[in-house]
Design a protein around this ligand. Sequence first.
Ligand SMILES: [Zn+2]
Length: 333
Amino acid sequence: MATTPPALVATGDRRTSVQSAEALRQGSAGFLAPDFKGLQTCGEPIHLGLPVPLYISRTGTFYFGGLRTCGSVTACPVCSWRIMRQRQRHLMDCHRTVSALDGSTLVFHLTAGYPGDIRVAEQRERLQAAYAKFSGGNNSLGGRTGKRAGVLGSFRSLEFKYDAQTARWNPHFHGAAFFTGDIPPEFGAWLTGRWSRSLEAVGLSGGEDTRPGEAGEEGLSYICKPIWTDETEKTKDRLTPFQLLARAVETGESRWIDPYQEYANAMKGKRTTSFSRGLAEKLRLSERRHRASDAELARPFEGRPPVDEISPGVYRELRQRSEVNRYLGGYRR
Ligand SMILES: [Zn+2]
């Protein structure tokens, strides 16, 4: 398991275009103090004063162990990268297994329109209530309707984008449904209709962008992105939370800091992704892996002996300069 976050494309601005996830984590901890205690110490050695062990992954990447991890997928760019990368792998495993069994994968995007003065916490609650309606009961993906259509199970991911033009958050879901055979021709229309009725039931309007389609690997990796930098995003005014954070860190301006804080507080301790129960088992994949918590996925694997260790002083200095990953990138045995 590699744990080196890539250089982070933070904003459209060239001056700030590349920031490391570690530096962003420090910025995040600074803006969210003192309510996010785990974030302040994320990346610190568990045993201060002892050498920090270095591990090598199966794919040949180096990473440090014996460190505290906050496990926050929404507030910590470093943990978020690890968590989302593994969820993305699990999602690909499902897709490849289903394809090998001559099944199909449908990708869908569930968006919503929100009242003008709504707070982020309420946006999240209402959107999640809509999803509960969408996915509950007999006439749903997981119910009799899904079963009749050959649905094996599903995945969903909650994503937030900040619109810099309107200064508003726009939470939405991305999802995937896995089928034993072909996707029934009327299924996309059924899904879209069910989502708009679910939105109505919680007092939200329909999204402008609910378009189900058969998935390739590219479409699937889009719906579960590590670190949400989303370099393919065309409109530079729609920011991921970490892109917004990068602007906040760079400028120190409250017009970026305030919405970032509001988002982080509304999402504190919340998961953003999940697989439907039993899907992994049906595909003979590891149900334990699929149901792992964010905190478990954020922890680096330390089941093998370390290959080296560095002194606590050197590690402290690398951490202070946000250069841990640069060091790892250049490390040679
Ligand atoms: Zn963390």
